[in-house]
Design a protein around this ligand. Structure first.
Ligand code: GSH
Length: 214
């Protein structure tokens, strides 16, 4: 049994997608990052970096933080969505780390400087806009001649899905261009039953944890 600590964000979606895909049992614990719950001592004991998502594996007491580490841990626990050896395993890791080092930080910073920062800094907005578009273009180019990022559907696709979806939608009026292959892949991944179930469960849990004012 896995305890999943998360919230409804592109990073927070990743482990619930994987848990549903693998059919692993889990309890969902919502950590409302708008209230600072991710910096509370009980959560810092699970992720010393104070960010969602994180998991605890009740079978052995193991905590795992950082979404890339979580997906690799779950893939190895379930024996699914990560080739055991060979070139596809190396390629899968490449696209997993591409996500945690590129799409997440670049799109996250663009969103911050563009939408949240009180002071509008043109240099920062432009830098992260261009870099976000560039990394979405890298994904689009990769998907022009294949259905999935690293061979069969894998944790490379699961981890990239949320930020790619959010980037395509958030940057559509910011010079994103066609990104047709990336959009087709978002449709392909988003239509998987486990992905739909995961997103619905997360949405329902967020609504229950933080009801929208009428
Ligand atoms: N590199 C981390 C990033 C996690 C992250 O940035 N989480 C955000 C939500 S998307 C968060 O918890 N933000 C709240 C905060 O920074 O206090 C991962 O991939 O798990």
């Amino acid at each position: 049994m896995i305890d999943l600590y998360t919230w409804q964000t592109p990073n927070g979606e990743k482990p619930i997608l994987m848990l549903e895909e693998c059919g692993l049992d889990y309890d969902l614990h919502m950590v409302d990052i708008s209230t600072g719950a991710q910096k509370a001592p009980d959560f810092l004991a699970i992720n010393p970096n104070g960010k969602i998502p994180a998991i605890v594996d009740r079978d052995n007491g193991q905590r795992v933080f950082e979404s890339g580490a979580i997906l690799i841990y779950l893939a190895e626990k379930a024996g699914r969505f990560l080739p055991a050896s060979g070139p596809e395993r190396a390629e899968t890791f490449g696209w997993v780390f591409f996500q945690v080092g590129n799409t997440g930080p670049m799109l996250g910073q663009w969103h911050h400087f563009n939408a949240f920062a009180d002071e509008k800094i043109p240099y920062a907005i432009e830098r992260y806009r261009k870099e976000s578009l560039r990394v979405l273009g890298v994904l689009n180019d990769r998907l022009k001649e294949r259905d999935y990022l690293a061979g069969d559907y894998s944790i490379a696709d699961i981890i990239n899905f949320g930020w790619a979806r959010s980037g395509v939608s958030g940057l559509k009026d910011e010079g994103a261009g066609d990104l047709g292959a990336l959009k087709a892949w978002i449709e392909r991944v988003g239509s998987r039953p486990a992905v739909k179930t995961a997103l619905e469960k997360l949405d329902a849990a967020k609504r229950a944890a933080k009801p929208v004012a009428p």
